[in-house]
Ligand binder design. Structure first.
Ligand code: E4P
Length: 218
C-alpha cells in the first residue's frame, strides 16, 4: 500500500519525506488556504520535496475551466496529478487530461457508482472520503470494499483506490486489509501509525537491563 500525506504544509512534508515512507502528497483548496501562501509556490516546493504524485486541485467547476487550470498546473512539475471533483464536468475533464498523459485524481467520491464512472473516465486515482461518510453515521469502509470488488470485477480498469478523509490509524489498517492501493493520511495520523505503548515500554525495559551491563556495542 502506498502512503500519501494529506497536507500542504511543506515543513511537515519535508520531515515525513525523510522517513522514506512517503509515496506522494494530496492537497485541496482548504489545505492550500491554510498555508497563507500562493498556491503555485506551495506546489513547486512540494513537488521538489517528493518524488511521487502531488495532487493539485482545480477550482473551476466547468470542464473547460478545469482543463485550462489543469493544463496550467501540470506545467509546474512532472509529478503533478490534477485533482478534479466527481461531477460530470470533472469526469469529462478527467477523460481529456488522461488522454493527454496527465495523472488525474477524481476527488469527493461518496458512492460506488461514482467510483465506477471515475474508472470509466480513465482516472489515475479515485478518492473516496471515508471520514466524511463516518461523520454521517455511515460506514466509509463499506464503500472501499464495494469499490475494490467492482474494480476487481473489471481487470481492464487501472484506477487506483486512494482512500481519503482518513481520521485515525484504524482507517489505515482497514483500508490495507481491504486492499486499497493508496491511503492519504494527515501528518498526525501518519506519525501515530508507528506508535504502540508496549513498544515504548518494552524498549525502556531492554535499555534499562542493557545499561546495567556497562557494555557498548561500538
Ligand atoms: C483528500 O484528497 C482530501 O484532501 C482529504 O482527505 C479530505 O479530508 P477531510 O474530510 O478530513 O477534510
Amino acid at each position: 500500500m502506498k502512503f500519501f500525506v494529506d497536507t500542504a504544509d511543506i515543513d511537515e512534508i519535508r520531515e515525513l519525506s525523510e522517513t522514506g515512507m512517503l509515496d506522494g502528497v494530496t492537497t485541496n483548496p482548504s489545505l492550500m488556504a491554510k498555508t497563507g501562501r500562493p498556491m503555485l509556490d506551495v506546489l513547486k516546493d512540494i513537488c521538489a520535496a517528493v518524488d511521487g504524485p502531488v495532487s493539485a486541485e482545480v477550482t473551476a467547476t466547468d470542464s473547460d475551466g478545469m482543463l485550462r487550470e489543469g493544463r496550467h498546473l501540470r506545467e509546474l512539475a512532472d509529478n503533478i496529478a490534477i485533482k478534479v471533483p466527481l461531477t460530470w464536468d470533472g469526469l469529462k475533464a478527467c477523460r481529456q487530461l488522461t488522454s493527454e498523459g496527465t495523472m488525474v485524481n477524481v476527488t469527493l467520491c461518496f458512492s460506488a457508482n461514482q467510483a465506477l464512472l471515475a474508472a470509466k473516465a480513465g482516472a489515475t486515482f479515485v478518492s473516496p472520503f471515508v471520514g466524511r461518510l463516518d461523520d454521517l453515521n455511515l460506514n466509509g469502509m463499506d464503500l472501499i470494499e464495494d469499490i475494490r470488488t467492482i474494480y476487481d470485477n473489471y481487470p481492464a480498469f487501472t484506477t487506483e483506490i486512494l482512500v481519503a478523509s482518513i481520521r485515525n490509524p484504524n482507517h489505515v489498517s482497514e483500508a490495507a486489509l481491504i486492499g486499497a492501493d493508496v491511503a492519504t493520511v494527515p501528518p498526525q495520523v501518519l506519525r501515530q501509525l508507528a506508535q504502540h505503548n508496549l513498544t515504548d515500554k518494552g524498549l525502556a525495559a531492554f535499555l534499562a537491563d542493557w545499561e546495567k551491563t556497562g557494555q557498548k556495542i561500538v
